[in-house]
Ligand binder design. Structure first.
Ligand SMILES: [Zn+2]
Ligand SMILES: [Zn+2]
Length: 308
């Protein structure tokens, strides 16, 4: 077999050399394994660590700028590369290139991107990506920090004189929501407003309203009324936007209490999911829906045992 030489650099080559009579080095120079944009600009939320290009905020799993930058490059640059050769990428930050803002944020840097063929690690190539980062709050964090954003309202109402019971309910709800927030930071209570007969809770999502109602149903008996109000239209999705409202009304009495309804006294024998079982003076059993106790005309009063 005649001796072969690289057509570009003249180096000896053997039959394992790739193509067109070039040595591997020259071949890779002529036929880059992958293409990269020269610059990559994107945003990091300096509150929650999400990153974004074109308005869509993506969860990162770090609060360290360099980790987030590497995740963003993997997700938004390297994943987008369309290639015949399957490549493994290594990202090597060039620390000399780091530039920090006056507030100490890493804003400019170069990353060496090494792409290696998965099947043959001899076939590799390296490029430098210049990264520029700007820092701002993502939409969710902007809403969260403003404390005024909400999509739905939950009203808790109870005619009991003291707020001990409702305070306990509020504590249970806030504990429940904090656990949801740890998993999904879109779920939070923006504000809790004390009212004459209860509390108004302003909620960050409609989904959260449903979560809380399910939680409440598993733990309490109450009357529930849901309404929705048209507040606008999402033209992009072609959907109406509703503000949801739910009123939870607790019964103003407990099991085994004596109550007075329109001057007649009853014994509360049992409280079921949607109804209350009463006994009147004669021992007659009466079943009333929860709703009965929440109508304007019915005055329910707790009375002392023995007045029956
Ligand atoms: Zn060569
Ligand atoms: Zn954020």
């Amino acid at each position: 077999m005649p001796k072969r030489f690289c057509a570009i650099c003249g180096k000896d080559i053997d039959e394992t050399a790739p193509h067109f009579g070039m040595c591997l080095n020259c071949y890779l120079k002529e036929n880059p394994l992958f293409e990269l944009p020269e610059n990559f600009n994107f945003k990091i939320c300096n509150y929650c660590g999400k990153f974004s290009k074109k308005g869509n905020w993506i969860q990162s799993d770090s609060y360290e700028a360099l980790d987030i930058i590497i995740q963003a490059v993997e997700k938004l640059v390297l994943k987008e590369i369309k290639n015949d050769t399957k490549l493994d990428f290594k990202i090597i930050p060039e620390e000399d290139s780091f530039i920090y803002s006056s507030r100490g944020f890493l804003v400019n840097l170069n990353l060496r991107i090494l792409g290696e063929s998965i099947t043959d690690s001899d076939i590799s190539s390296e490029k430098v990506l210049s990264v520029k980062v700007s820092y701002e709050l993502c939409k969710n964090c902007t809403n969260l920090k403003s404390g005024t954003y909400f999509t739905s309202i939950l009203q808790l109402r109870c005619n009991l004189e003291d707020f001990d019971f409702l305070n306990l309910v509020i504590n249970n709800i806030t504990d429940f929501v904090e656990k949801l927030f740890e998993k999904d930071e879109k779920q939070y209570i923006s504000n809790i407003d004390k009212q004459k007969n209860g509390f108004d809770l302003y909620l960050s999502t409609n989904e959260l309203l449903n979560h809380i109602i399910s939680f409440m149903k598993a733990n309490y008996y109450f009357g529930l009324k849901r309404t929705k109000k048209l507040v606008g239209r999402d033209h992009q999705r072609g959907k109406n936007i509703y503000r949801l409202k739910a009123v939870i009304r607790f019964l103003p009495f407990n099991k085994n209490d004596y109550i007075s309804i329109d001057n007649q006294t009853f014994y509360v024998e049992n409280i079921k999911k949607n109804s209350v079982i009463l006994r009147d003076k004669t021992g007659k059993r009466i079943i009333k829906d929860f709703d009965f106790f929440f109508t304007e005309k019915v005055m329910v009063k707790n009375v002392k045992e023995g007045s029956i």
